[in-house]
Every structure is written in C-alpha cells, then in structure tokens.
Write a protein that binds this ligand. Structure first.
Ligand SMILES: Cc1ncc(COP(=O)(O)O)c(C=O)c1O
Length: 386
C-alpha cells in the first residue's frame, strides 16, 4: 500500500494507492478533503501590505516561519524584500536553509547538547542569530560553536511584558552583553523584545496602549545597553497585532510578524482601523458527510485538521452557519434555519482560529488562484519542534 508518506508490505492491499489531495490544474471543487487551502491573491496582498508598512518606516521585515513552516512561503516573503525569516526552533530552520533562506533568527533560547550541536552545524552554512537570557546558556552556546568553528550573532532577550523568556532587569541585560564580549564565536547584535500578550487585544486602542508600554520598556533596555557601551544594531520583535505601532516606534529596527500572511480567525476578530487591511488567505476545506437533522451538518474535518485553542473555525462566506464543536475527525455545523443547512456532499471553507498549529497538522497546502489549483506546497518543517 502506498501513501504519500510510507510504503508497507500488506499483501493484497499492496496495490492500493492514496491519491494526491489535488493536482495542479484541478478546480477547487475537485480537491479532496480535508485540505488546507491558500488563496494566493489574498496571501500576496497580505505580504505586500506588511512589506510596505515596514518600508514606509525604514524598518526591516523578518517574518516568522513558525506561522506556516513552509519554505515556499518564506521564499516569497524574502523575494518581496524581507531581510530573512525567524524560526522558533533550531530543527525548524533546517528545511528553510535547505530551500535557500540564508539569514535566520532563532527567536528563542537554545538549551541542550543536541540542539546546540545542530545549531553550530547550521551556523556554518547559514547566517544565524540566537536569543539568550542566561549566562550558563550563553557559555554552552559559545562552547558548542567553538567545537564546530562556527559563529552566531546573539540578541539578549528582554522581557517587555510578555512574562515568558527574557532578562528582567537592565543590569542582567548589560551583564549578558559583557559576557558575550568576552566569549568566542558569539557576537552581540542587540535585543529581542517580543510582547505576545499585546498582539491579540481586540480593540485598536487597547492594543496601541499595550504596544506603547512594551515599546517604552524595550527603549529602556536599549538605552541601558547603550550607556554601558553596547549599541543595539538590532531591536527585533513585534507581531501581526502590534506591527503598525512597533514599526512607527523609532525603537524597533526589525518586525517579526507571522500570522499576517494568512489572517486566521482569531486575528480576523480584531479591530484593525484604517492603517492596514489584511485578508483571510488560509482556509480548511471540508465536505458534509452527514445531515442528521434539519439544522445540523457534519463535516469531515476535526481537531486533526485544525486546532481550536483560539476558538472554533468560522464558516467563510456563510453568515447563517456556525461551527459548534470540533471532535477528532468531525466538525458540527449548525444552520439558523433548515433552508440554510448545507446538503450532503457540499463543501465548506472554514477559517481556522489559529494558523500556526493548524499548518503544523498538514503535509501540504493547496494553493488556489481563480478557483484553480496553482501549486501544492509542502509544509516541510511541520513537526520539527526540537
Ligand atoms: C517570538 C515571536 N515573534 C513573533 C511572533 C509572531 O506573531 P504573529 O503570528 O502573531 O504575527 C511570535 C508568535 O507567537 C513569537 O513568538
């Protein structure tokens, strides 16, 4: 039996072949389900909008690869002018480097022998930057790089309100910069200041206030480092929700948004104001496999095709339909009247609540332009979480 992932000797079934989810040139109606779909026009508009925002403020764009884990996406972001990309994990960077992305910021602390060895190996091939927030981790990083004779740029991660990783005080930031200056194979490049909590505040005004608080905190760290003799060439951070504020701050030199390219369901519910308009570009295609009542339809997509930690999917373009539950392999859709209920075999486009973990559930994304499959892009870094 042959699937797209493995071969196994199963006697009679050996000749069964799992057909591809779609072929280039197929119409959208012919795509098998569940399928992750990318609307190419909306996606390209989103890429251009964020690139234009960054350029209008003279800051660099370094989109986050963890949002999609798909090298074809990253190549298009870089072709439009992005400086490079971000990855959250060392292993995640591998398919991107293989695809030719040569400038990657690991927006995270790297701790553990295997990861450091892999990082040191990759640093000999690509230009890597890494975050640190502890002297012991920094020493281990320097030693691993020394063994491989490779080097990285280092950003001191500072906590500007996210309450995740990052040094807590100016003195800790300066002490780390001092240590970087003394150690081989590591070069101080600046700070990472990411405030995830500010990204998803619903109202434009609340988000602005949260971003401003973070910007002020980041500026304090940058200033303390400058007074100690360390100029921050790079001040990297931001995300889709606060990019408009961070870009204009005069503090950040580099933006790290990821979700902007896809505009998932959660981000779609935010107030955006006039500054930037982003469109839903990523959808989950499902088929109605059962219509047990006059108002209820059941789709063949579930938690194995979309995650629900940021809310249930929305049904695109169908005001009268609402997802009410997502089981392992089923999605319950309720209509507000029998005439609005989809029929057996009908296909619906869902907007997943959160793009990052949803991409991570799929081997490939089916790229659609004008209702026709234009390409199928592998999500090569899916599952690479080490
Ligand atoms: C360090 C870091 N930078 C950037 C981002 C991108 O955020 P978003 O996808 O909301 O644009 C994230 C997301 O969690 C992150 O953890």
């Amino acid at each position: 039996m042959t699937t797209n992932r493995q071969h196994s000797p199963l006697g009679q079934a050996a000749h069964a072949v799992l057909p591809p989810v779609a072929r280039v040139g197929d119409r959208l109606e012919e795509v098998d389900t569940p399928a992750l779909i990318l609307d190419l026009d909306a996606f390209e508009d989103n890429l251009r909008s964020m690139q234009a925002l960054a350029e209008s403020h003279g800051v660099a764009l370094r989109p986050h690869g963890k949002a999609h884990k798909c090298p074809e996406v990253a190549l298009r972001q870089v072709a439009l002018g992005a400086r490079g990309i971000c990855c959250q994990k060392v292993s995640e960077a591998m398919p991107f480097i293989e695809a030719g992305i040569t400038d990657i910021l690991i927006t995270n602390e790297v701790v553990g022998r295997q990861k450091l060895e892999l990082l040191a190996h990759l640093a000999a091939i690509a230009r890597l930057t890494v975050c640190v927030d502890h002297p012991d981790a920094l020493k281990a990083l320097s030693a691993a790089l020394d063994a491989r004779q490779s080097a990285v740029d280092v950003l001191v991660e500072v906590d500007i309100g996210q309450k995740r990783c990052g040094v807590q005080t100016h003195a800790q930031a300066v002490a780390l910069a001092d240590l970087i200056a003394r150690l081989p194979n590591v070069h101080f490049a600046g700070v990472q200041a990411y405030h995830g909590g500010a990204q998803h505040k619903r109202s434009f005004e609340q988000r602005k206030q949260a971003a401003e608080k973070g910007i002020k905190s980041a500026a304090g760290f940058v200033d303390a480092l400058r007074r100690a003799g360390y100029a921050c060439e790079v001040v990297s951070g931001s995300g889709t929700g606060t990019a408009v504020f961070d870009a204009a701050s005069g503090v950040f030199t580099e933006l790290q948004p990821g979700s902007y390219a896809f505009m998932d369901g959660d981000y779609g519910t935010l107030e955006w104001g006039e500054i930037m308009s982003l469109r839903h570009a990523m959808f989950l295609l499902g088929t109605v496999i059962s219509t047990p009542t006059r108002e209820r339809a059941v789709l063949d997509v579930g938690l194995k095709s979309a995650t629900a930690e940021s809310g249930l999917p929305q049904v695109a373009g169908r005001e009268r339909l609402r997802c009410t539950a997502l089981n392992d392999e089923h999605c319950i859709v309720m209509a507000d009247g029998p005439e609005a209920r989809p029929t057996l075999g009908e296909r619906l486009k869902l907007i997943p609540g959160h793009c990052d973990p949803t991409f991570n559930l799929h081997d490939e994304v089916v790229v659609i332009r004008n209702g026709v499959v234009a390409a199928i892009w592998p999500i090569s870094a899916r599952g690479l979480s080490r």
